[in-house]
Design a binder for this molecule. Structure first.
Ligand code: UD1
Ligand code: CA
Length: 449
């Protein structure tokens, strides 16, 4: 059965107390909405529709970045979750099959859980994802009759007896598209919030003699984020899971609680990650590589046997081949370092290619930016760049070439050549002592005056 996924993300998220739309707050290195998009993509839906409202332009940009195939449905006024679903009608024109509704503020729902819901659709016209809450708080409550779901009551509208129920609504729901649209059309807004609740579709379906069912999942999966405290708790939960998974996968984490992962970090078996390392999005580290303490990595690849840090920063486009060394206070951006290349101390390598075994001395800078354009620096295999060399790009240093320490290299250096780009040294015998004597005499004179 073909499926379409709708993600509701129009709400302002007023309890976040923020100018940023709720679904753009970052979790595990990406906006909250990216997590729901990823979950949806795993189902390979025939269509993916995101309902946006608050922060329309910024949310649309984030959606396009993370799921270019997604369609946007605009909800002008946030009149409730049922009203939000109704806005997807045009985007779903011509689609027939099941509709699965996800919330943009609920990042941890697993693919397996959603597959279980699809399977349960065989028995029920409407399937809702529920969970047993330790502290049900403000979640909607599921009112059941045996195994059957009768209705969902929102916290604000619930009686004391209903509030005592611990089986809660995750918000995730699945039904045939046409059926869901016709139920949504029947939803009213006579409730404590004056909103059109999607949750009311359950009672409406039951009134028509349709059956509704609950698929249960772990509470941690359906954690919905409404406040900054919940966002922080979600981040902590994500990190705890990512650390445990890395350890399970055979990664050595010296101090797991100080390592921060992104949603897509990939680390190979027997890699070693020291304390206080932060992984931004898009990082892969191969088996046996070592990331020492206090490094920050994003959008980069570290190959087998490479060593990074301590105190190194790898920015997007940094590609380290096998056995590369990147040492302390080194920044690498958009640069390919071939096998065995070394940049051990205090350097900036940006928009560059370092050949095999090239050695970059301390304090080297690729001067890649002229204020408008970025330029490329090419360093040949086994080249030896003297300490404190400024490589003014675009520039090329050939294979087996050298630059003298303190050189400013503005012209290409042929293979095997030595380039010196600095003032010639002058030595004046005895001048230092004479100069000192004169200064001391001046000081003594002033003291008398
Ligand atoms: C909702 C459910 C509640 C459930 C909880 C789980 C309803 C009426 N209530 O409550 O039963 O326990 O989620 O987290 O569905 N949205 C729109 N347009 C709107 C309103 C909301 O797109 O007009 C989006 C929001 O951006 C958000 C999602 O729908 O991503 C849920 O809305 P929210 O206001 O957070 O609902 P809750 O009060 O948490
Ligand atoms: Ca919510």
């Amino acid at each position: 059965m073909s499926i379409a996924v709708v993600i509701l993300a129009a709400g302002q998220g007023s309890r976040m107390n923020s100018d940023l739309p709720k679904v753009l707050h970052p979790l595990a290195g990406v906006p909250l909405i990216a997590h729901a998009l990823r979950t949806a993509q795993a189902l390979e839906p025939a269509r993916l529709v995101v309902v946006t409202g608050h922060g329309l332009e910024a949310v649309t940009r984030a959606v396009q970045e993370h799921a270019p195939e997604a369609l946007i449905a605009h909800q002008d006024q946030q009149l409730g979750t049922a009203h939000a679903v109704a806005q997807t009608r045009a985007a779903l024109e011509g689609f027939s099959g099941d509709l699965l509704v996800l919330y943009g503020d609920t990042p941890f729902v697993r693919e397996e859980t959603l597959q279980a819901m699809r399977a349960a659709r065989g028995e029920h016209a409407l399937v809702v994802l529920g969970f047993d809450a330790a502290d049900p708080g403000r979640y909607g409550r599921l009112v059941t009759q045996g195994e059957r779901l009768e209705r969902i009551v929102e916290y604000k509208d619930a009686s004391a007896a209903e509030r005592a129920l611990t089986l809660c609504n995750s918000g995730v729901l699945c039904a045939d598209k046409e059926r869901l649209f016709s139920l949504v059309d029947a939803v009213g807004n006579d409730n404590a919030s004056g909103e059109y609740y999607l949750t009311d579709t359950v009672a409406l379906a039951r009134a028509q003699g349709l059956s509704a069912g609950v698929v249960r999942c772990d509470e941690a999966e359906t954690l919905g984020i409404n406040t900054r405290a919940e966002l922080a708790a979600a981040e902590a939960r994500f990190q705890a899971g990512a650390r445990a998974a890395a350890l399970e996968d055979g990664v050595t984490l010296t101090a797991p609680e100080t390592v921060y992962f992104a949603f897509d970090t990939v680390i190979g078996r027997d890699a070693v990650v020291g304390p206080h390392v932060v992984f931004g999005p898009g990082v892969s580290v191969e088996s046996g590589a070592e990331i020492r303490a206090f490094c920050h990595l994003e959008g980069c690849h570290v190959s087998r046997g490479a060593q990074v840090g301590p105190f190194a920063r790898l920015r997007p486009g940094a590609e380290l081949a096998e056995d590369v060394r990147v040492g302390n206070f080194v920044e690498i951006k958009n640069a390919i370092l071939d096998e065995g290349a070394k940049v051990n101390h205090l350097s900036y390598i940006g928009d560059a290619h370092l050949g095999e075994g090239a050695n970059i001395g301390a304090g080297t800078v690729t001067c890649n930016y002229d204020g408008v354009f970025k330029h490329h620096t090419e360093i040949g295999a086994r080249a030896f760049i003297g300490s404190d060399t400024m490589l003014v790009a675009p520039v090329r240093v050939g294979a087996d070439a050298m630059t003298g320490s303190g050189s400013v290299i503005t012209e290409d250096v042929p293979d095997g050549a030595l380039a010196l780009g600095r003032a010639r040294q002058v030595v004046k015998p005895g001048l230092a002592q004479r100069l000192m004597a004169r200064l001391r005499a001046q000081k003594a004179d002033k003291g008398k005056g």
